[in-house]
Structure formats: C-alpha cells, structure tokens
Design a protein around this ligand. Sequence first.
Ligand code: ZN
Length: 133
Amino acid sequence: MKLKNSTSRVSRKEELIYQIFRQKEGTALSVYDIEAAVNIDKQTMTIRTIYRVMDQLLSKRIIYCSTLKDGTRYFMLSNYYDIELTCHMCGWKSKTAASVKLQYPDNPLSSICVMGGKIDLLGVCQECSKLVG
Ligand SMILES: [Zn+2]
C-alpha cells in the first residue's frame, strides 16, 4: 500500500508504522502497542525512535491523537472511517473500515477539522438484490 502523492515523502520507519495502523483496521494504538507490534518482526525500534516517527506522522497529518486514556495517548489513521453497511430490506449488517477522502460542498463542517468517524450506508444486500431482480 502506497501513501498518496499528496503526502510528503515518508521514511522506511514511517512506512513500517503506517502499515501497523493499516493492519489493525482502524483501532486506536498507543506508542506501546506500536512497540509491541514492531518488535514481533525481529525488527527493533526503541521507544524513543517510535515517539519520533509518530511525531513525524502526526505533523504530516497521517495519524491523529484520538484518545487520551490514563495519561497515554492513542492514535488513529486520519481519514479512516468505520463504515456500517445496512440492507434496508432484511436488516443485514456488515462493518468495514476504509480510508476515505470526503469533500463537503458548501463546507458545513468548517468549524471542525475532520479526521475520521463513522459512516452508515444503506442499501440492498446481495441476497435481497436477487429478489428485487
Ligand atoms: Zn437484504
């Protein structure tokens, strides 16, 4: 997975940490979660290096601080949305997560810098679409 061209160049370490966020499917991760994930692959990165790389990802707005819990900051990928799909005919539901670049006509959300969130999509599931023809 390549980062978008709009993002400035990323180092190998930044790419590695970015991939960990991708693998965890939109969960909020602390520096310690990252450290545990990095050091599984026999690659070692000191906690100090991880902090530095996370700061770089923050300044490039690739990640953002989503929660502060017991003095630990948790980070998530920017523009990463939890998406819930619902069939309006049978009520089938499915969840997924995706990186989405949204555009807001007339900018109704100008009072907030949107970093992520939840999207509910309504439609007809594969089973029901057979009935509809
Ligand atoms: Zn259905």
